[in-house]
Design a protein around this ligand. Structure first.
Ligand code: XMP
Length: 325
Protein backbone atom coordinates (compact mmCIF):
# COMPACT_ATOMS: atom_id res chain seq x y z
CA UNK A 1 0.00 0.00 0.00
CA UNK A 2 1.64 3.16 -1.10
CA UNK A 3 0.91 6.77 -0.49
CA UNK A 4 2.67 9.10 -2.90
CA UNK A 5 3.00 12.32 -0.87
CA UNK A 6 4.32 10.34 2.10
CA UNK A 7 6.68 8.43 -0.15
CA UNK A 8 8.06 11.64 -1.65
CA UNK A 9 8.69 13.29 1.71
CA UNK A 10 10.38 10.18 3.05
CA UNK A 11 12.56 9.82 -0.04
CA UNK A 12 13.46 13.51 0.07
CA UNK A 13 14.42 13.22 3.73
CA UNK A 14 16.57 10.16 3.03
CA UNK A 15 18.40 11.83 0.17
CA UNK A 16 19.10 14.91 2.31
CA UNK A 17 20.47 12.79 5.12
CA UNK A 18 22.56 10.73 2.78
CA UNK A 19 24.28 13.54 0.87
CA UNK A 20 24.24 16.35 3.43
CA UNK A 21 25.75 19.41 1.77
CA UNK A 22 27.65 17.42 -0.87
CA UNK A 23 27.25 17.92 -4.59
CA UNK A 24 25.72 15.28 -6.81
CA UNK A 25 25.97 14.57 -10.53
CA UNK A 26 23.52 12.60 -12.60
CA UNK A 27 23.59 11.41 -16.20
CA UNK A 28 20.30 12.43 -17.76
CA UNK A 29 19.37 10.36 -20.81
CA UNK A 30 15.88 11.61 -21.51
CA UNK A 31 14.52 8.24 -20.41
CA UNK A 32 11.98 7.78 -17.65
CA UNK A 33 14.25 6.45 -14.90
CA UNK A 34 16.98 9.04 -15.02
CA UNK A 35 14.38 11.79 -15.44
CA UNK A 36 12.41 10.75 -12.38
CA UNK A 37 15.61 10.33 -10.37
CA UNK A 38 16.64 13.85 -11.39
CA UNK A 39 13.28 15.34 -10.43
CA UNK A 40 13.29 13.58 -7.06
CA UNK A 41 16.86 14.48 -6.17
CA UNK A 42 16.30 18.05 -7.31
CA UNK A 43 13.27 18.22 -5.01
CA UNK A 44 15.51 17.11 -2.16
CA UNK A 45 18.69 19.11 -2.69
CA UNK A 46 17.99 21.69 -5.43
CA UNK A 47 21.17 23.24 -6.82
CA UNK A 48 23.45 20.68 -5.19
CA UNK A 49 22.44 18.52 -8.15
CA UNK A 50 24.02 18.93 -11.59
CA UNK A 51 22.78 16.83 -14.48
CA UNK A 52 24.88 15.95 -17.49
CA UNK A 53 22.91 15.28 -20.62
CA UNK A 54 25.02 13.57 -23.28
CA UNK A 55 23.46 13.89 -26.73
CA UNK A 56 24.95 11.20 -28.96
CA UNK A 57 23.15 12.48 -32.03
CA UNK A 58 21.00 9.35 -32.08
CA UNK A 59 18.04 10.71 -30.16
CA UNK A 60 14.55 11.26 -31.48
CA UNK A 61 13.41 14.48 -33.12
CA UNK A 62 13.78 17.50 -30.79
CA UNK A 63 14.54 15.27 -27.82
CA UNK A 64 17.52 17.28 -26.70
CA UNK A 65 15.53 20.48 -26.88
CA UNK A 66 12.69 18.90 -24.90
CA UNK A 67 14.97 17.63 -22.15
CA UNK A 68 16.61 21.02 -21.78
CA UNK A 69 13.27 22.79 -21.73
CA UNK A 70 11.65 20.48 -19.23
CA UNK A 71 14.52 20.24 -16.77
CA UNK A 72 16.39 23.48 -17.36
CA UNK A 73 13.49 25.83 -17.92
CA UNK A 74 10.43 24.26 -16.29
CA UNK A 75 11.93 22.55 -13.27
CA UNK A 76 14.96 24.78 -12.80
CA UNK A 77 17.41 21.88 -12.68
CA UNK A 78 21.06 22.60 -13.51
CA UNK A 79 21.71 20.67 -16.74
CA UNK A 80 24.88 20.62 -18.81
CA UNK A 81 24.02 19.74 -22.41
CA UNK A 82 26.90 18.03 -24.19
CA UNK A 83 26.39 17.74 -27.93
CA UNK A 84 28.75 14.89 -28.80
CA UNK A 85 27.18 14.08 -32.18
CA UNK A 86 30.38 14.62 -34.14
CA UNK A 87 32.41 12.43 -31.80
CA UNK A 88 29.91 9.57 -31.94
CA UNK A 89 29.48 9.78 -35.71
CA UNK A 90 33.24 9.80 -36.12
CA UNK A 91 33.68 6.62 -34.12
CA UNK A 92 30.76 4.91 -35.84
CA UNK A 93 31.96 5.66 -39.37
CA UNK A 94 32.47 2.46 -41.32
CA UNK A 95 31.12 0.22 -38.55
CA UNK A 96 28.25 -2.04 -39.63
CA UNK A 97 28.06 -4.83 -37.04
CA UNK A 98 25.20 -4.27 -34.55
CA UNK A 99 27.11 -5.44 -31.49
CA UNK A 100 30.17 -3.44 -32.47
CA UNK A 101 27.96 -0.37 -32.82
CA UNK A 102 26.45 -0.95 -29.37
CA UNK A 103 29.91 -1.29 -27.83
CA UNK A 104 31.16 1.91 -29.44
CA UNK A 105 28.11 3.90 -28.40
CA UNK A 106 28.30 2.56 -24.84
CA UNK A 107 32.01 3.22 -24.57
CA UNK A 108 31.85 6.74 -26.00
CA UNK A 109 28.93 7.55 -23.76
CA UNK A 110 30.88 6.64 -20.66
CA UNK A 111 33.88 8.54 -21.95
CA UNK A 112 32.00 11.76 -22.67
CA UNK A 113 30.12 11.55 -19.40
CA UNK A 114 33.29 10.90 -17.48
CA UNK A 115 35.15 13.80 -19.11
CA UNK A 116 32.28 16.12 -18.27
CA UNK A 117 31.95 14.82 -14.73
CA UNK A 118 35.66 15.20 -14.12
CA UNK A 119 35.18 18.95 -14.57
CA UNK A 120 32.74 19.02 -11.68
CA UNK A 121 35.48 18.57 -9.16
CA UNK A 122 33.36 19.27 -6.10
CA UNK A 123 30.92 16.41 -6.78
CA UNK A 124 30.99 13.57 -4.26
CA UNK A 125 28.03 11.52 -5.47
CA UNK A 126 26.97 9.93 -8.70
CA UNK A 127 23.20 9.54 -8.91
CA UNK A 128 21.61 6.89 -11.09
CA UNK A 129 18.08 5.97 -12.03
CA UNK A 130 18.56 2.29 -11.17
CA UNK A 131 15.19 0.68 -10.50
CA UNK A 132 14.32 -2.59 -8.78
CA UNK A 133 14.19 -4.76 -11.94
CA UNK A 134 17.73 -3.52 -12.82
CA UNK A 135 18.95 -4.62 -9.41
CA UNK A 136 17.46 -8.08 -9.92
CA UNK A 137 18.77 -8.32 -13.46
CA UNK A 138 22.36 -7.48 -12.60
CA UNK A 139 22.27 -9.90 -9.67
CA UNK A 140 21.45 -12.71 -12.10
CA UNK A 141 23.82 -11.64 -14.84
CA UNK A 142 26.31 -14.50 -14.62
CA UNK A 143 23.64 -17.06 -15.32
CA UNK A 144 22.26 -15.35 -18.37
CA UNK A 145 25.36 -14.82 -20.46
CA UNK A 146 25.12 -18.11 -22.30
CA UNK A 147 21.80 -17.01 -23.73
CA UNK A 148 22.54 -13.37 -24.38
CA UNK A 149 21.34 -12.60 -27.87
CA UNK A 150 22.06 -8.92 -27.78
CA UNK A 151 24.30 -7.15 -25.34
CA UNK A 152 21.49 -4.69 -24.49
CA UNK A 153 24.01 -2.14 -23.58
CA UNK A 154 22.30 0.51 -21.58
CA UNK A 155 24.18 3.74 -22.11
CA UNK A 156 23.20 4.86 -18.63
CA UNK A 157 25.91 2.42 -17.46
CA UNK A 158 28.18 3.47 -14.65
CA UNK A 159 31.64 4.96 -14.98
CA UNK A 160 33.46 3.22 -12.18
CA UNK A 161 36.64 5.23 -12.18
CA UNK A 162 35.08 8.48 -11.04
CA UNK A 163 35.47 7.61 -7.39
CA UNK A 164 32.06 8.84 -6.48
CA UNK A 165 29.60 7.40 -4.02
CA UNK A 166 26.44 5.99 -5.57
CA UNK A 167 23.05 7.54 -5.00
CA UNK A 168 20.19 5.39 -6.29
CA UNK A 169 16.92 6.61 -4.85
CA UNK A 170 14.72 4.46 -7.14
CA UNK A 171 16.36 1.14 -6.27
CA UNK A 172 13.28 -0.24 -4.58
CA UNK A 173 10.69 0.82 -7.12
CA UNK A 174 9.02 -1.01 -9.96
CA UNK A 175 8.53 0.73 -13.28
CA UNK A 176 4.88 1.65 -12.70
CA UNK A 177 5.80 3.15 -9.32
CA UNK A 178 8.58 5.16 -10.93
CA UNK A 179 6.07 6.51 -13.45
CA UNK A 180 3.59 7.46 -10.73
CA UNK A 181 6.35 9.16 -8.80
CA UNK A 182 7.41 11.08 -11.91
CA UNK A 183 3.93 12.45 -12.48
CA UNK A 184 3.61 13.38 -8.79
CA UNK A 185 6.90 15.28 -9.08
CA UNK A 186 5.52 17.31 -11.97
CA UNK A 187 6.93 15.52 -15.02
CA UNK A 188 4.53 15.51 -17.99
CA UNK A 189 2.57 12.23 -18.19
CA UNK A 190 3.27 11.87 -21.93
CA UNK A 191 6.97 11.82 -21.09
CA UNK A 192 6.64 9.47 -18.14
CA UNK A 193 4.47 7.01 -20.07
CA UNK A 194 6.60 6.98 -23.19
CA UNK A 195 7.49 3.77 -24.97
CA UNK A 196 10.92 2.39 -24.06
CA UNK A 197 13.81 3.68 -26.13
CA UNK A 198 17.05 1.71 -26.33
CA UNK A 199 20.24 3.19 -24.91
CA UNK A 200 22.04 3.14 -28.29
CA UNK A 201 19.06 5.02 -29.67
CA UNK A 202 18.72 5.35 -33.42
CA UNK A 203 22.12 3.68 -33.67
CA UNK A 204 20.36 0.31 -33.73
CA UNK A 205 17.49 1.58 -35.88
CA UNK A 206 19.74 2.56 -38.77
CA UNK A 207 20.76 -0.76 -40.28
CA UNK A 208 24.45 -1.10 -40.91
CA UNK A 209 26.60 2.00 -40.98
CA UNK A 210 25.29 4.97 -39.03
CA UNK A 211 25.44 8.34 -40.75
CA UNK A 212 24.08 11.68 -39.63
CA UNK A 213 22.21 12.02 -42.92
CA UNK A 214 20.39 8.74 -42.21
CA UNK A 215 19.64 9.73 -38.62
CA UNK A 216 18.13 13.01 -39.79
CA UNK A 217 15.80 11.25 -42.25
CA UNK A 218 14.85 8.60 -39.70
CA UNK A 219 14.09 11.14 -36.97
CA UNK A 220 11.57 12.88 -39.19
CA UNK A 221 9.86 9.68 -40.33
CA UNK A 222 9.72 8.40 -36.76
CA UNK A 223 8.22 11.65 -35.47
CA UNK A 224 5.43 11.47 -38.08
CA UNK A 225 4.65 7.87 -37.13
CA UNK A 226 4.54 8.67 -33.41
CA UNK A 227 2.44 11.80 -33.96
CA UNK A 228 -0.15 9.85 -35.96
CA UNK A 229 -0.23 7.06 -33.37
CA UNK A 230 -0.82 9.58 -30.62
CA UNK A 231 -3.54 11.37 -32.59
CA UNK A 232 -5.45 8.31 -33.80
CA UNK A 233 -7.88 6.74 -31.38
CA UNK A 234 -9.29 3.25 -31.51
CA UNK A 235 -13.03 2.61 -30.97
CA UNK A 236 -12.47 2.37 -27.23
CA UNK A 237 -11.11 5.93 -27.15
CA UNK A 238 -7.54 4.89 -26.45
CA UNK A 239 -4.84 6.20 -28.77
CA UNK A 240 -2.85 3.73 -30.83
CA UNK A 241 0.23 5.03 -29.08
CA UNK A 242 -1.18 3.83 -25.77
CA UNK A 243 -2.42 0.59 -27.30
CA UNK A 244 1.08 -0.35 -28.45
CA UNK A 245 4.05 -1.16 -26.24
CA UNK A 246 6.70 0.12 -28.58
CA UNK A 247 6.51 1.74 -32.01
CA UNK A 248 9.19 3.30 -34.17
CA UNK A 249 10.64 3.68 -37.64
CA UNK A 250 13.71 1.85 -38.90
CA UNK A 251 16.04 3.20 -41.60
CA UNK A 252 16.96 0.75 -44.35
CA UNK A 253 20.03 1.81 -46.32
CA UNK A 254 18.48 0.52 -49.52
CA UNK A 255 17.30 2.62 -52.43
CA UNK A 256 14.25 1.84 -54.52
CA UNK A 257 12.60 3.49 -57.47
CA UNK A 258 9.57 5.72 -57.19
CA UNK A 259 7.68 8.36 -59.16
CA UNK A 260 7.10 11.91 -58.08
CA UNK A 261 5.25 14.21 -60.47
CA UNK A 262 6.89 13.71 -63.88
CA UNK A 263 10.09 12.40 -62.43
CA UNK A 264 11.61 9.21 -61.25
CA UNK A 265 12.99 9.03 -57.73
CA UNK A 266 15.59 6.67 -56.34
CA UNK A 267 15.53 6.96 -52.58
CA UNK A 268 15.68 5.19 -49.23
CA UNK A 269 13.13 2.95 -47.50
CA UNK A 270 11.84 3.09 -43.94
CA UNK A 271 10.12 0.28 -42.10
CA UNK A 272 7.53 0.91 -39.42
CA UNK A 273 7.44 -1.40 -36.41
CA UNK A 274 4.73 -1.46 -33.75
CA UNK A 275 4.41 -4.22 -31.19
CA UNK A 276 2.25 -5.27 -28.29
CA UNK A 277 3.84 -7.12 -25.42
CA UNK A 278 3.73 -7.60 -21.67
CA UNK A 279 7.37 -8.29 -20.97
CA UNK A 280 9.26 -7.50 -24.21
CA UNK A 281 10.54 -11.11 -24.26
CA UNK A 282 7.85 -12.08 -26.72
CA UNK A 283 5.77 -9.66 -28.76
CA UNK A 284 3.05 -9.51 -31.41
CA UNK A 285 3.08 -7.06 -34.27
CA UNK A 286 0.28 -4.55 -33.80
CA UNK A 287 -2.71 -4.75 -36.12
CA UNK A 288 -2.79 -1.03 -36.81
CA UNK A 289 -5.72 0.23 -38.87
CA UNK A 290 -4.90 0.41 -42.57
CA UNK A 291 -6.10 4.04 -42.75
CA UNK A 292 -3.60 4.96 -40.07
CA UNK A 293 -0.78 3.15 -41.86
CA UNK A 294 -1.79 4.81 -45.14
CA UNK A 295 -1.76 8.27 -43.60
CA UNK A 296 1.65 7.70 -42.03
CA UNK A 297 3.07 6.43 -45.32
CA UNK A 298 1.69 9.37 -47.32
CA UNK A 299 2.98 11.89 -44.85
CA UNK A 300 6.45 10.38 -44.66
CA UNK A 301 6.83 10.22 -48.43
CA UNK A 302 5.42 13.71 -48.97
CA UNK A 303 7.17 15.41 -46.10
CA UNK A 304 10.55 13.73 -45.93
CA UNK A 305 12.52 14.24 -49.12
CA UNK A 306 14.96 11.36 -49.41
CA UNK A 307 12.46 8.65 -48.50
CA UNK A 308 10.11 7.24 -51.15
CA UNK A 309 8.90 3.95 -49.73
CA UNK A 310 7.40 2.81 -46.43
CA UNK A 311 6.90 -0.80 -45.37
CA UNK A 312 5.26 -2.31 -42.28
CA UNK A 313 6.96 -5.03 -40.27
CA UNK A 314 4.62 -7.97 -39.61
CA UNK A 315 7.06 -10.20 -37.73
CA UNK A 316 6.45 -11.52 -34.27
CA UNK A 317 9.05 -12.01 -31.54
CA UNK A 318 10.21 -14.71 -31.74
CA UNK A 319 11.53 -15.25 -34.30
CA UNK A 320 12.18 -11.55 -35.01
CA UNK A 321 13.40 -9.28 -32.24
CA UNK A 322 11.65 -6.00 -31.54
CA UNK A 323 14.57 -3.88 -32.75
CA UNK A 324 16.00 -4.70 -36.16
CA UNK A 325 19.53 -4.90 -34.80
P1 XMP B 1 14.72 -6.88 -28.68
O1 XMP B 1 15.11 -6.12 -29.91
O2 XMP B 1 15.85 -7.67 -28.10
O3 XMP B 1 14.36 -5.76 -27.61
O4 XMP B 1 13.48 -7.70 -28.88
C1 XMP B 1 13.71 -5.97 -26.38
C2 XMP B 1 13.63 -4.64 -25.67
O5 XMP B 1 14.94 -4.17 -25.35
C3 XMP B 1 15.21 -2.94 -25.98
N1 XMP B 1 16.61 -2.95 -26.43
C4 XMP B 1 17.60 -2.27 -25.83
N2 XMP B 1 17.59 -1.43 -24.77
N3 XMP B 1 19.91 -1.10 -25.04
C5 XMP B 1 18.76 -0.83 -24.38
O6 XMP B 1 18.79 -0.05 -23.43
C6 XMP B 1 19.99 -1.93 -26.11
O7 XMP B 1 21.07 -2.15 -26.67
C7 XMP B 1 18.77 -2.54 -26.52
N4 XMP B 1 18.47 -3.40 -27.52
C8 XMP B 1 17.13 -3.63 -27.45
C9 XMP B 1 14.23 -2.84 -27.13
O8 XMP B 1 14.02 -1.49 -27.50
C10 XMP B 1 13.03 -3.53 -26.55
O9 XMP B 1 12.30 -2.65 -25.70
Amino acid sequence: DWNMPDYISEAVEMIRQQVGSDEVILGLSGGVDSSVAAALIHRAIGDQLTCVFVDHGLLRLDEGKMVMEMFGKNLGVKVIHVDATAQFMGHLAGVTDPEAKRKIIGREFVEVFQAESAKLTSAKWLAQGTIYPDVIESAGKGKKTAHTIKSHHNVGGLPETLNLKLLEPLRELFKDEVRELGVALGLPPEMVYRHPFPGPGLGVRILGEVKKEYADLLRRADAIFIEELRNTKDDDGQSWYDKTSQAFAVFLPVKSVGVMGDGRTYEYVVALRAVQTQDFMTAHWAHLPHELLGRVSNRIINEVRGLNRVVYDISGKPPATIEWE
